[in-house]
Each structure stands twice: as C-alpha cells, then as structure tokens.
Design a protein around this ligand. Structure first.
Ligand code: FUB
Ligand code: ZN
Length: 640
C-alpha cells in the first residue's frame, strides 16, 4: 500500500490539491444528504433486486458451476453492473459502516470470486466452450471494460477497508495481472473498444504501489488512436481510435468512452509527470465545455452512437445527455481540479451534479433516467415497475434498462459524493461544493482542520463554515464562488473579534487566520433567478432563454400549467419581465399564442407570427425535479 491512500475515488501522488477520504469529510444532510440516504436505503437494494431478477448476478453462479453458456442473460457488459454495484456498496460501507450492507457486499463478492478462473480471467460472456474465445472481440466484447469496473470496485474496497479479508482487491489484482500479461509490451497489441481499464489500472497502481499497472494504463492510452480497432458504422472516432489522444483537440465519439479515456489519461499524465499530456487533455476539456456541453452540464447529443456530436449541435429535444456521461465527466473534471486547482472544474462538477446526476433518480430512488432530454414534447407513459425498459430514451424514469449502466453509476457516485466536496493543500483547505458537512483532517504539517458547514443550499445561498477545533497555527480556508455568482459576499466572523464583510466575485475567495473554535466564515451567494441566453451558434435554441437559480437549471413542466399538456410549443417567455422569486417559487411571465397549425410551416414572407392572446404567470421548477409527478411535457429552453 502507498503511504497515504485516503478513502476516496482518485488519489494522485502529485497535483495542486489533495483529496480527502470519506473518513475526513462527510455530508451531514441537506440536498445531497437526502439523496445519499435514498441511495443507501432504496437504490442499492433496488439495484441488487434487478441484478438478481435479470439473472446478471446469476451469470456468475453459472460460471462458477461450469454450466455456461446455457442460461446466460444480459448484454456482453452486464458483468460491469455487478462491479459498479460492488463499488457503490464499498463507498457506502466506508461512509456509514452499515453491517447489513457489509454482509450483502461480501455475499456478492463471493459470487464474483467463485467465477474467476485460476489465471485471473473473469467474464461470463467469453472463453468457454460454446462462447466466443477470450479477447476475440475487442471492439464490442467489453472484457477489459468489465475488468476495469471490477478493479474500480476493488480499489474502492481497499481504500475504505484496507486489509479487509473479503478478497475483492485480490480478485481485482489477479484480473489486472492477467491483463498486463496478455496486453503488455510483449503481448497482444490490442485495446478495448470501451475505455475504463486505463483509469482503473492507474488507480490500482496508486492503491497497491505496483507501477506495472500504471505502465499498462499508459500503454493502452498510447495505443489508442492508431486504428487498431476495426472501423465501425460511426467511424473509429466512436471509440477514440481515430487519432492519438495527444493529437486530438476536443472530446469526440461515444461520450462515456471519451470521458473515461480522458480521466485515465489525466491519471497517467500526473503519475508519469507528463505535463504535456495533462495540458492536452485539459485543453480538450475546455473546448468540450465551450462547444459540446448542454446547459445542464450534460454531454452527448447523438442518440445513434451515444456520441458527443458536432460543435454547437446541442438540440434540446434530441439531447441524449446520458447519465453515465455525466458521471464520467465529473471524474474528468475532478481529476483536473486536483491537478490544476481551477474553480472552473468545480463549477462544471456542480452544474453536472445538480442538473444531470440529481435528475436521473426518481424522488423515491427506484427509477432512473438514462438519457436526459431537455425538452419533452409528448407526455410519457409510466413504465411498468417490474419490466426492463428496452430503450435508453424512456419518457419517464424506468426501474431498469436492457442496458442498465446508469443506475449503478449514479449509485457509486452518490455513495462517494462527499469526497468531491473539499480538498487540502499545504496552505489549507478548499471547499468546492456546498452541503451541510463535517471536515476533520490535518494538513501535512499537523495543523488541525475541523470545520462544520451548515447550509440550506441550493434552496438558499448562505453557507456557514464554523471552526470546531483550534487549528494551532494559521491556515487558509478557500471557498469557491461559482461562475454564475456575480455578487457574493463573504463575512469573516472571528468568535472574539469584529466581523469583516467583503464583496467577492466568481473564482476563489480565501480567509487566512489562526482559526479558533467558534470562528465562522459565511459565504452568501446570490440566488435570484436569472435569465440565461445561449451562444447564437447553438442553432437549436437561438431565440430562446433558460432560467437558472443558483446551481440549478429550471424548467417549465406542463404539470404546473393550467393548459393542456402538449401545448408548451405555444408559449413564449416575456424576457422583459424578470423572473421572480415568490416565496421560494420561481415565477415567469409567459405569453400564450393563438397558434393554429398552418398547412406549411415555412414561408417566403417572413416568419410565421402567432398572435399572443394571453399573458400568464407560471412557476418553473428545478430541472432535476421534473417528471416526478406523472406524465408531463417539459422544456428548459423557452422561446422569447
Ligand atoms: O457500453 C457500456 C455502456 O453502455 C456505455 O458506457 C453506455 O453508453 C451504454 O452504451
Ligand atoms: Zn449509462
């Protein structure tokens, strides 16, 4: 084991900021605390139920019994859902020490371990008589992808329960050893059609101190882009095998693949002290955020290949915006934040968390969005509670999908979420995401950091940080001021002294002091709703505005309108009337048009001009809340 391996998803050995473990930072309530609780109480059990019901977990039992391929169910990557569930459970056990969950975790690990072959190979779809040979379909087989998720689960367990005797880390290492042996410098010159093995191996190297895993990750990254994978319908850019990562200028192809690859490349760049590679990926991130990202932080505008699409092609009613892509994007932004320390990375994490990851699960935690449209034109139908949804683009949240990558990805993210909220460096502590929280840690020289954060964020913008223990010497407390927070205020309130208030702008604000018990720092972010205009190059929403409040993107849902569902197309917002906050509800003025269908919706005589017949007030809701009250239509972008 390395010296310092906090219980947290990414532990770079160098970088601008250092992550904290789940034993050092906890979310204690509020918006995210509630979601963590639902994840623990409902979603995890729901996922386990479906893994058994679909037979995807049972595939491992069949493998152990030696009866495969008969009876195998699920797609070629279904093993990965068991691994992501194990990862989610490992973080959750680290977070709450839940004995019942520990028992369930161990039982699932046993089923996986029993299916592992003596040489370390583990996969229920390949390699047996009657199945395709191992590694015979690198383009689509997902074998390395599945092992990547297995490794991530092993890493989570090793970090949250170092030395535990359940065996998951050992299973992961045996599989990783086989990967290194098979695909190493003297092995098969191949790579996986779906990246994730790279980021997993890099993290396994960190947790075990075994450099060969990092070298294998680096080899996989360097191999990609040289057309080692076959050409496919959407071109090799689909799996980023069209050009080497160092030659690319923007994320492209399949969105989840692109982001997982970038996360792995950052890890490799950091561990191999390769600032050039780090800078290249960082610039790709900047370009992708600037031209290929929805207002929600979601990415991926193409349904056909789950791909990022072209610059500015961000059509709201065809938004794919896969939940997994948001999870992967958070992984990338987090790694860049740790490496470079820029608040813009935390800004995107916040936007993505509140507006994609929080959107996916239902309020109850037992149904999920896979793709996250920004405009629902027809009210959806309620998916049956006990059936697998065949489509990613379900109109209402579905309990499970034929390809069910997203629920497990949400579960592992929510269980480990506290880790993404704060970091330390040699000068002090940095708060990146705001939630009621507790931080107990020491800086490298022993100074005590003990802070309790209270906040109603995002319902209100007041974040109060109170010192719970004397520091012993001065340190710097940094707080992120989000890019949208034009006029924030900071009040420094020493327990025994006069308060000092200052106006602060977006970026980072700092207070440096010898913090004593009872000292407080209070950041107040402006939470008035604001109209947001798109870049005119995003053709699909030119002439529209969206409304945001704090970190939340809002939407208009037909449920809140006294109109027939389906008539959102007849509404315009009056941008001259600013959105108002009415006792916590955001109210806008809408104009209803008498818009009879025309025979032909195009005209050489100028645009068709519907007549406004009515002005109404309507309540907007946070986008993440939509479709929780039955079938509805919805839009984020409102025509002006
Ligand atoms: O291919 C495995 C996963 O399934 C991808 O990451 C998702 O986009 C979905 O296609
Ligand atoms: Zn997914």
């Amino acid at each position: 084991m390395t010296d310092r391996s906090p219980a947290t998803p990414a532990v770079p050995s160098r970088g601008r900021l250092r992550p904290l473990g789940l034993d050092e930072v906890q979310i204690t309530g509020g918006f995210w605390g509630r979601r963590q609780q639902i994840n623990a109480d409902v979603s995890l059990a729901h996922i386990e139920h479906w893994l058994d019901k679909t037979g995807w977990a049972g595939n491992f039992d069949l493998a152990a019994a030696g009866t495969l391929p008969e009876g195998r169910t699920g797609r070629e990557f279904s093993d990965s859902e068991i691994y992501k569930t194990l990862e989610a459970m490992a973080w959750e056990i680290g977070r709450t020490d839940d004995a019942g969950l520990e028992t369930r975790f161990r039982s699932l690990v046993r089923r996986v371990a029993a299916a592992q072959e003596p040489d370390g190979y583990v996969n229920t779809q390949f390699g047996r008589p009657g199945q395709a040979a191992r590694w015979s379909d690198l383009e689509w087989g997902h074998e390395l992808y599945c092992i990547g998720h297995l490794i991530q689960a092993g890493v989570a367990r090793a970090r949250t329960r170092p030395g535990a005797d359940d065996g998951l880390l050992e299973v992961s290492c045996r599989a990783a050893d086989l990967v290194c042996q098979t695909f190493g410098p003297d092995g098969v010159v191949g790579l996986c059609g779906h990246p994730v093995i790279e980021v997993a191996l890099a993290e396994l190297a960190r947790v075990t101190g075994e450099r060969r895993y990092l070298e294998q990750a680096s080899l996989f990254i360097d191999r990609r882009g040289h057309q080692l994978l076959a050409d496919v319908e959407w071109g090799r850019s689909y799996y980023q095998d069209d050009q080497p990562i160092r030659a690319a200028t923007i994320f492209r192809g399949h969105t989840v693949r692109a982001n997982y690859l970038a996360a792995g490349a950052i890890d490799v760049a950091v561990e191999q002290d390769d600032p050039e590679l780090l800078d290249i990926v960082s610039q790709q991130w900047t370009a992708t955020v600037a031209r290929r990202t929805y207002i929600t932080g979601g990415q991926g505008s193409q349904h056909q290949d789950e791909g990022l699409g072209e610059d500015w092609a961000l059509t709201p009613d065809r938004a794919y915006s896969e939940t997994c892509a948001a999870v992967a994007s958070v992984m990338v932004s987090w790694r860049l934040l740790l490496a470079e320390g820029h608040s813009r990375h935390a800004d995107l994490i916040e936007r993505t968390l509140f507006n994609v990851i929080a959107t996916s699960p239902s309020w109850a935690g037992d149904a999920f969005y896979y793709s996250n449209t920004l405009h629902q034109r027809r009210p959806g139908s309620v998916p049956p509670k006990d059936e697998v949804c065949p489509r990613a683009a379900s109109s209402l949240r579905a309990p499970w999908f034929a390809v069910s990558c997203c629920p497990t990805n949400v579960a592992r993210t929510l269980a480990s979420l506290a880790a993404y909220t704060a970091t330390v460096d040699d000068d002090g502590v940095q708060l990146h995401q705001y939630a009621p929280a507790s931080i107990r840690t020491r800086l490298s020289d022993g100074r005590v950091v003990a802070l309790d954060t209270t906040t109603g964020y995002p319902s209100n913008g007041v974040v109060t940080v109170e010192v719970a223990e004397d520091a012993g010497a001065p340190y710097t407390l940094s707080l992120r001021v989000p890019a949208w927070a034009a006029e924030a205020t900071l009040v420094d309130q020493p327990r025994d002294g006069a308060s000092v208030m200052s106006l602060v702008g977006p970026g980072t604000v700092t207070v440096t002091r010898d913090f004593k018990v009872g000292d407080r720092v209070e950041l107040t972010l402006p939470m008035a709703p604001r109209l947001v205009e798109p870049d005119p190059r995003i053709d699909a929403v030119r002439g529209c505005v969206a409304v945001e409040r704090g970190p939340e993107v809002l939407c208009l849902e037909s449920t809140d309108l006294d109109l027939d569902a389906g008539s959102l197309s007849d509404l315009r917002i009056d941008p001259a009337v600013a959105p108002r906050d009415v006792e916590g509800r955001v109210v806008v003025q809408l104009l209803v048009a008498d818009d009879e269908p025309t025979d032909w919706p195009y005209s050489a005589d100028g645009p068709h001009a519907p007549r406004d017949v009515l002005a109404i007030e309507a309540t907007l809701i946070p986008y993440h809340d939509w479709a929780n009250r039955g079938p509805s239509t919805m839009r984020v972008w409102l025509p002006t």
